[in-house]
Design a protein around this ligand. Structure first.
Ligand code: XIL
Length: 516
């Protein structure tokens, strides 16, 4: 009996034995904590912290979870104007200070949110004459950013500055726009930079994770700001999505265009709407899928969920978070755990590139015999799922995964259907048996096509193959199927702890600053 057969049988057995009601389990989870996995690859995994987080039902458990799981935190409401600046001449920093102390004790990065927004503003702001609004904005930014200069590393400077497409798009009407016109955005970034020259400054918005009209408008505006020298370091893509999300390619392409502008990307306010418990598995797939795409992009710095539990979510009827109303663990948690356990190799990091050149972050084939060597890939467990992102202008391309060296055994040969052009990307997945093989892998590109630049490779990920059990509908219905898969996933994940090799461009370094 092969390892794969045993794996499949175990999954089936577990799914039949465990009752469907155990779809959510008590904390702590099986397998490694999200934070320990993220730390391995120098990645930020985060949550939005409740206002007054110490006073709530389940406060002890809440603290236990956030301390164990996350290395970055955003205040969900603590530093919004209505809370932090309740009167014209009075600031109230108590709740934010408390969170700062907590985060520092836990060695968490702080991501401030938001400096300017159309919502949750105090009534006194509306009483100002237009001519007074700019001074109030400057005072607010200098006071708040200045106070947390040594503690808050990242700021959402302008939040949701764009109008919905259904309402005609353009800049969203708000008190800042009315008083200063579009110059308010430039001014806000400049003031934030002046208040803390080292902070990472972010433009954050929603419905802009994929390639929509609104995201195009955001991209056009952000490129304009970058070209005009506005001190912006990153974009925040809020990603309040649904369990039937499938646009992973658009999401990767979207991140790529901001990276090409020299910006970092933050996945902010992530949550996934589920319509029923049956959606918990697809919901977990979306947590995994989006996080894996973020991890494949070296400048996607963080994946931050908006809350932790469904009860306290801003949209509680959609159960969008990885913990349920009682803070029990949902499949979405394991989706993130699987993604963070995935080994990512950005191909240009290969020790040896033969017949490829690096162009705009991707590898383009330049010779008939083209291959990339990937040294020291951790191949436990023996069965691996390999995910490769590529673009092929023509049909007839394959890649071979070889063990050890260019002359080594072929572990897998994968066909790469044409994607249209050498820069429109697609993803192929394949499973292969790596038992007893060398950790050094070689990816060989084969093609009959004389146009050697017609194939490009972007990245490759190695992960546990178990998720396909869910995709193929194995098990006895969504409830019990999920349990089998979760349990199996954990067993596999225990074996999958690998050292990270992902090269990250850290915030505040010369690259992110000078590029922008
Ligand atoms: C939400 C909070 O989660 C709620 O607690 C609050 O009542 C309203 O605001 N986009 C944003 C966040 O940028 O600040 C919003 O947070 C959710 C939508």
């Amino acid at each position: 009996m092969t390892h794969r057969t045993i794996t499949l049988l175990t999954a089936l057995l577990v799914s039949l034995l465990l009752p469907a009601t155990t779809v959510a389990e008590d904390y702590p989870p099986t397998g490694p904590r999200l934070k320990s996995l993220a730390d391995l690859v120098d990645f930020d995994i985060g949550y939005a912290s409740r206002y007054n987080f110490r006073e709530q039902a389940n406060a002890t458990l809440y603290e236990q979870i956030v301390k164990a799981e996350f290395n970055i935190v955003t205040p969900e409401n603590s530093v919004k104007w209505e809370n932090v600046h309740p009167d014209r001449n009075r600031y109230d920093f108590q709740d934010m200070d408390d969170l700062v102390t907590f985060a520092q004790q836990q060695n968490m990065v702080l991501h401030g949110h938001p400096l300017l927004w159309y919502n949750q503003n105090p009534a006194w702001l509306d009483t100002l004459a237009p001519a007074e609004v700019e001074a109030a904005m400057v005072d607010h930014i200098q006071t708040v950013v200045g106070r947390y200069k040594n503690s808050i590393a990242i700021w959402d400077v302008v939040n949701e500055g764009l109008e919905d497409t259904a309402n005609g798009g353009g800049l969203r009407d708000n008190i800042w726009l009315q008083a200063m016109g579009e110059a308010y955005i430039v001014k806000a970034f400049e003031e934030a930079r002046r208040a803390d020259p080292d902070a990472i400054l972010v433009y954050n918005d929603y419905d802009v994770g994929t390639l929509t009209q609104k995201s195009q408008e955001m991209y056009d505006r952000v490129s304009g700001w970058v070209a005009a020298g506005v001190p912006i370091d990153a974009v925040g893509l809020q990603m309040h999505v649904t369990a039937n999300f499938t646009q992973y390619e658009e999401f990767s392409d979207n991140m790529q265009r901001y990276v090409d502008l020299g910006l970092d990307v933050y996945i902010t306010e992530f949550d996934v709407k589920a319509l029923s418990v049956e959606d918990y598995i697809p919901q977990a797939d979306v947590y995994e899928g989006v996080l894996r795409r973020c991890l494949a992009e070296p400048r996607c710095q963080a994946f931050q969920i908006w809350g932790i539990d469904d009860l306290n979510s801003w949209q509680p009827f959609f159960d969008p978070l990885p913990f349920d109303d009682e803070f029990k663990i949902k499949p979405a948690y394991y989706g993130m755990q699987r993604a963070l356990s995935t080994r990512v190799l950005n191909l240009e990091q290969g020790a040896e590139l033969v017949g490829f050149s690096v162009e705009a972050g991707a590898l383009r084939r330049t010779a008939d015999e083209a291959w990339v060597s990937l040294p020291d890939v951790d191949l436990t467990p023996n069965f691996q799922r390999m995910t490769l992102r590529y673009a092929a202008a023509t049909a007839g391309n394959t890649v071979e995964l070889r063990a050890g060296s260019i002359g080594g055994a072929v572990l897998k040969s994968i066909e790469l259907p044409a994607t249209g052009t050498a820069s429109s990307y697609a993803v192929v997945e394949a499973e292969f048996d790596s038992a007893g093989e060398s950790p050094n892998l070689v990816v060989v590109a084969n093609t009959d096509d004389a146009a050697t630049s017609a194939l490009s490779l972007d990245w490759i990920q190695f992960s546990a193959p178990t998720i396909s059990l869910v995709g193929s509908g194995n098990g006895t219905g969504s409830g019990s199927g999920s349990v089998g898969w979760l349990t199996l996933g954990n067993l596999t994940l225990w074996a999958l702890l690998v050292a990270g090799t992902r090269r990250r461009c850290r915030r505040g370094n010369s690259q992110s600053r000078s590029d922008s």
